[in-house]
Design a protein around this ligand. Structure first.
Ligand SMILES: [Zn+2]
Length: 451
């Protein structure tokens, strides 16, 4: 059954600047009508959405599903289950699998698996360079023909500026955006956390903000030089936001994304919960009362790349989201097995899972604090990523694919490890009290997850 009538919800469709209490009729997997007092044709079930938000299906354009080659961490099937639970109807997979997605054959393999196992739409990115080694361009035209939506070496960063320039030129010929994980290796070397007060206090090697800002500046110059759309992934540093804000003002085709962990937490979290709640965590403490979540110092669930940064950086990311400098929200969902994370901080892999709690964290940090309207927040998860990647998604226009996310923006819930359906459990927010819960995820008119 891929027909459904959703009644009485607050339908918010930023692509059409629509925000009103309305019914939404889905017929044969497509949006058939949005309006008042719609009636369901015989045999079409009804879903009461009163008190809920009815939004276009959310898109996360930055996830790692680890298939092929690292399926102990996640598979397309388990990654899609986590996406559906988090309200995501479309995801965009990064190419740092084993092997890397640098050939048409690997793209075909993933698309086939996604067709077979995926309960949400899975889009694929291709590598910029062969084997993500940063030395030689991948066959960008062939990858495009195989169906990729962008190129990126995510997890790594092309250091050679001339090679990156050529990548931009090829990408432009094939109308592909270039997405970049911004990390200057010579500045970052073997840093494991933000370079500031806490890395010194904890005796951990620093990953300076300038290591990100340097590449953001490079990307702005190359976007300007080549006219290619360059998108900076998981921004964490205040300087990056300032650079992109200024570049956009002069019309450079540059964009950026931010992840909830970077605008919720800070580097103080690596020193343990007591240190975090004592200062940087204060602005969140009221949402966690009476008992604040606890964790020890050197907890590797607070290790990600780029790292959690200072309170000043966090404030700049929030400002960049509020004023539109950063147009896109995503998770950088990066599953790792327990045994990989249960080692010394220096040796643990970077990354955390993100799909299941990101909407709630975004609502808490951006909407409940009045930095963004609900509609502007939904745009950062729907129409904005769809536009960047030319996806025919992210809207409730009549005739569009019936991908719909229904959520209760005011519902309180606790994010428990036992409820997570990702194959990996490396998440720092287990035990946190969250506000805003997905109640139904609909893909092509079919309920793929519901409470
Ligand atoms: Zn990355």
């Amino acid at each position: 059954m891929n027909s459904l009538l959703l009644t009485g919800g607050r339908v918010i469709d930023p692509a059409n600047q629509f925000d009103s209490i309305a019914d939404l009729l889905i017929l044969d997997g497509k949006i058939a009508a949005v309006g008042q007092n719609l009636s369901a044709p015989a045999g079409v079930p009804t879903l009461a959405a009163k008190g809920k938000i009815v939004a276009p299906g959310l898109i996360d354009l930055h996830v790692h599903f680890r298939e092929p080659g690292q399926t102990a961490k996640e598979t397309i099937a388990t990654g899609c289950a986590a996406a559906a639970r988090g309200g995501f109807t479309s995801v965009v997979c990064m190419p740092n699998t084993t092997p890397a997605i640098d050939s048409a054959g690997t793209v075909a393999l993933i698309r086939e698996r996604a067709e077979r196992d995926g309960i949400v739409n899975v889009f694929v990115t291709g590598a910029i360079t062969k084997n993500i080694a940063g030395e030689e361009l991948a066959p960008i035209g062939g990858l495009k023909k195989a169906g990729i939506v962008a190129i990126t070496d995510d997890g790594h960063c092309v250091q050679n500026n001339d090679l990156m320039r050529r990548a931009c030129e090829y990408a432009k010929m094939f109308d592909l955006p270039v997405m970049d994980h911004c990390q200057d290796y010579s500045l970052v070397t073997d840093g494991v956390m933000h370079e500031g007060y806490w890395n010194v206090a904890l005796g951990l090697r620093g990953w300076p903000a300038a290591g990100e800002e340097m590449i953001v500046a490079r990307n702005i110059l190359l976007a300007e030089l080549t006219g290619t759309k360059v998108h900076c992934q998981h921004l964490s540093a205040a300087g990056s936001v300032a650079l992109i804000r200024a570049a956009k003002l002069r019309g450079v085709p540059i964009s950026g994304e931010a992840c909830p962990h970077h605008f919720t937490l800070t580097d103080a979290a690596v020193a343990g919960s007591e240190k975090f709640w004592a200062d940087d965590g204060k602005l969140l403490a009221a949402t966690q009362k009476p008992g604040l979540p606890q964790w020890p110092a050197y907890d590797t669930h607070f290790k990600m790349n780029p790292p959690l940064r200072s309170a000043k950086d966090r404030a700049a990311i929030l400002d960049g989201l509020a004023d539109g400098t950063i147009e896109i929200l995503c998770s950088d969902h990066a599953p790792h097995c327990d045994y990989e994370k249960e080692v010394e901080f220096d040796y643990a892999p970077f990354g955390i899972t993100g799909l299941e709690a990101e909407l709630a964290l975004s609502l808490m940090m951006l909407v409940q604090t009045k930095r963004l309207s609900l509609s502007d927040l939904i745009a950062k998860y729907t129409v904005n990523p769809a536009r960047l990647l030319h996806l025919a998604k992210g809207t409730l226009s009549v005739g569009a694919d019936a991908d719909v996310t229904v959520f209760d923006a005011d519902r309180d819930w606790v994010f428990n490890r036992a409820d997570s359906v990702s194959k990996s459990k490396n998440n720092p927010f287990f035990g946190w009290k969250l506000k805003g819960k997905v109640t139904a995820t609909i893909v092509g008119g079919k309920k793929v997850w519901a409470e």
